[in-house]
Design a protein around this ligand. Structure first.
Ligand SMILES: Cc1ncc(COP(=O)(O)O)c(C=O)c1O
Length: 364
């Protein structure tokens, strides 16, 4: 069996032709393809507007700025996520306040959100981690009752849904990443979706030097624009997204029914959630025959890639670490030492998933 990588972008001739056509047109910067991609992505998510951006971190930064998050404000974020969820808050001069996650879904705990609210709280940035929506209804209710802005970090959850409604359509804004390993890719890229016209207008200014008319700058802005090459790639990938997600779900379903070793816990999907398995994340308990590093080495010796998302919760990163007693996010800390991601990408075939299951099931 050839080496099975943890992730692999699915790029075909359609993508190559679409990007080549842009290159041949000579119009490389944001133009028609970007506008088309924005409209197609907004329609896909059931949102009114979408603003294309050059990566997911910039999407979060721009969305927080459009929500007027700034110095003196606090934004509640889950500690178990990729660093950008919190660092985007810091980029605005605001303070990320870490909430713990639910042990089963790995997503932000609504109870923890409620506990972390202070007079300085301006927004909640929830993460649809690994492809499963967080408990949007509960968090939405808290935000409405406390007059807080809800922003979704949907970097890992293109096409995921809660009771049939897509991610990116719940909060005031939804932020996506199109990094190479994501469920759909533009190499690097991002998008912010919103139903709020004012937010869309602000985002347009923020991502393009605060420019309201040519060489007329009304606010501080950045160069966060997407290129037409990336958008051309994104348009093709968006058409394939449902098929990619279906394959991810099929691979996950195979793992769910075939992995059976004591001490290995398969992912939990909360009722009403459509999980799109950006990552297939298992948990190992003390009953598993090997420790995590032992299993990773064993898998690697059998040609199987695996990865840890994430080995350190954000509140324990050197960037944010303080002496805590007790640990404010013990579930995140525990998960960081027990989770392991297995390959689930759409290019895997059933034979490879079966081989991975057999390899794990015979660990002793
Ligand atoms: C949860 C989460 N938020 C934000 C980002 C940032 O996206 P990007 O890498 O496109 O800047 C990522 C990407 O890895 C992510 O996984």
């Amino acid at each position: 069996m050839e080496h099975i990588p943890i992730a692999r972008p699915a790029i075909g001739q359609d993508e190559i032709s679409a990007v080549t056509a842009v290159l041949e047109s000579g119009m490389l910067a944001a133009g028609e393809r970007v506008a088309e991609f924005e409209q197609a992505f907004a329609d896909y998510c059931g949102s009114s507007y979408a603003v294309a951006i050059n990566n997911g971190t910039a999407a979060l930064h721009a969305a927080l700025l459009a929500a007027e998050v700034g110095p003196g404000d606090e934004v509640i974020v889950p500690s178990f996520s990729f660093i950008a969820t919190a660092s985007a808050v810091s980029m605005c001069g605001a303070k990320p306040v870490f909430a713990d996650v639910d042990e089963n879904t790995f997503t932000i705990s609504p109870g923890q959100v409620a506990e972390r609210i202070t007079s300085k709280t301006k927004a909640v940035l929830g993460v649809h981690l690994f492809g499963q929506p967080f408990d949007v209804r509960a968090v939405q209710e808290i935000c409405e009752s406390k007059n807080l802005v809800l922003i979704e970090d949907a970097a890992q959850a293109h096409g995921a849904a809660c009771n049939g409604e897509k991610t990116g359509s719940f909060g005031r804004m939804g932020c996506f990443s199109f990094y190479a390993t994501k469920n759909m890719t533009t190499g690097e890229g991002g998008m912010v979706t919103t139903r709020d016209r004012q937010s869309a207008e602000r985002l347009r200014l923020i991502i393009s030097h605060g420019q309201s008319e040519k060489y007329h700058h009304t606010r501080l802005g950045y160069n966060y624009r997407m290129t037409d090459m990336a958008a051309a790639l994104g348009l093709v990938q968006l058409k394939k997204l449902d098929k990619f997600n279906m394959r991810r779900r099929k691979n996950a379903g195979y793992y769910d029914t075939h992995l059976s070793v004591k001490g290995l816990i398969t992912p939990f999907v909360a009722p009403g959630m459509q999980h799109v398995y950006h990552q297939y994340v298992i948990r190992l308990t003390d009953e598993f025959p090997l420790n995590r590093m032992g299993l990773m080495k064993y898998l690697s010796s059998k040609g199987i890639g695996s990865a840890v998302h994430y080995p350190t919760p954000i509140h324990r990163q050197p960037l944010y670490f303080q002496e805590y007693d007790p640990d404010p996010c013990p579930v995140s800390t525990r998960l960081a030492s027990s989770v392991l991601s297995l390959p689930v990408h759409p290019l895997l075939d059933q034979k490879e998933v079966a081989y991975i299951c057999d390899t794990i099931n015979t660990v002793s």
